[in-house]
Ligand binder design. Structure first.
Ligand code: SAH
Length: 247
């Protein structure tokens, strides 16, 4: 049997947003590897082995997947959203750097709909002009670097999407993020807090920077900060496609 690995994005939550390509890979798999809540989204069936693992063990998980594929298993590593956005695809390639014996493996990355795009679509078009995505977690980079990038992005006039905005272990950091935004942007700047998008617990709230509080975000929230031209029209929020002069 020839083994393979697919790193699949399960999308933000709704079944309708899982791509047919991902569904087909899950149907052919012998093994599913990933973070516990993501593996829980895959329906069990006879012959399918589930390997849920905890957060922060991405490299071990990737190594295990390489071993299984090498032994002939058909492995799907699951991520939420898109596997290339703050997720398992990079972890797999990091592991692959240490495994020349696996360089000839059949490895595929199957894209998914990432949280910021699902959230933006719900709200209107807040990412309709230039934007960037920043992971606010300091697990894999120092928080000083988060602060530096945030300031540059704000000064550069980008709309921004924040992933992993706030966890119980570092609640003060998101307060600091709002403080930096207040130094760099006007108080009327629109901020969108989109929680559990496309799931039954979805909650989307748009406020001005002046009214934003740290409690509005948690780890199931993606935060979108508009650029200076982002505005409301009816119940929608959108960013115009053009910019007049410098922002
Ligand atoms: N690969 C994922 C991101 C993983 S990082 C993707 O492409 O979406 C985990 C972070 O993603 C969460 O802290 C949150 O900021 C965001 N996120 C994931 N799913 C979400 C959802 N359904 N609604 C809102 N934010 C979500």
């Amino acid at each position: 049997m020839t083994g393979w690995i697919s790193v699949a994005g399960l999308g933000p939550g709704a079944e309708a947003l899982v791509t047919p390509e991902v569904t087909a890979a899950l149907a052919e798999a012998t093994d599913i590897v990933g973070y516990i809540p993501y593996v829980a989204r895959v329906a069990p069936r006879p012959g399918l082995v589930l390997h849920p693992s905890d957060n922060r063990v991405e490299l071990d998980r990737a190594q295990a997947a390489l071993d299984m594929a090498r032994a002939g298993r058909r492995v799907v590593i699951v991520s939420s959203g898109d596997p290339g956005v703050f997720a398992m695809a990079s972890a797999l390639f990091e592991a692959l750097e240490t495994r020349p014996d696996c360089h000839d493996l059949d490895i595929r990355i199957l894209p998914g709909i990432t949280a910021m795009l699902a959230a933006a679509a719900r709200a209107g078009a807040p990412l309709g002009h230039d934007f960037c995505a920043i992971n606010l977690s300091d697990n894999l980079k120092p928080f000083a670097e988060v602060e530096r990038r945030l300031r540059h992005a704000a000064q550069g006039g980008f709309a921004m999407a924040f992933y992993n905005p706030r966890s119980r272990s570092r609640p003060h950091q998101f307060a600091r993020v709002l403080e930096i935004l207040r130094e760099e942007c006007e108080g009327a700047r629109l901020i969108l807090f989109a929680r559990a998008v496309t799931t039954p617990e979805e909650r989307i709230e748009t406020v001005t920077l002046a009214d934003a509080t740290p409690e509005m975000a948690d780890m199931r929230t993606v935060v979108i900060v508009g650029n200076a031209a982002t505005r409301r029209v009816g119940r929608w929020v959108y960013t115009p496609r053009s910019v007049e002069g410098a922002v």
